[in-house]
Design a protein around this ligand. Structure first.
Ligand SMILES: [Cu+2]
Length: 112
């Protein structure tokens, strides 16, 4: 019985530092997500929808997460399903990320 307990303790001793190491990036990720999902969503208006090219032209306000001033620009979209949610002229709130070839919309919600 004692041997089993010691083996368990040894396993925990090995596992705990690894868990501690793994938790930090996860916590950072969660913090970043809560930042972008609500407070940091940018305002915009849909100017053009190109489903074939998976592109969306948005006249947007400042995008805090990308340090971008207001402008009209073309975004890629992560998922064409996002394009089905909007119509030209819709007021939206959205999240975008910088990717290798430009900027990609990751999330859209229409503003009523
Ligand atoms: Cu822009």
């Amino acid at each position: 019985m004692k041997k089993v307990t010691l083996a368990l303790a040894a396993t925990l001793a090995l596992a705990l530092p690894q868990m501690g190491y793994a938790q930090k990036p996860a916590a950072d990720h969660a913090a970043a997500q809560s930042k972008t999902s609500t407070t940091a969503m940018a305002d915009g208006e849909v100017r053009r929808i190109d489903k074939d090219a998976k592109k969306l032209t948005i006249r947007h306000g400042p995008i805090e997460s990308l340090s971008m001033p207001p402008m009209t620009m073309v975004f890629q979209v992560r998922d064409t399903a996002l394009l089905d949610k909007v119509n030209t002229g819709d007021k939206i709130r959205f999240n975008a990320e910088k990717i290798s070839g430009g900027y990609q919309v990751t999330e859209i919600e229409t503003v009523k």
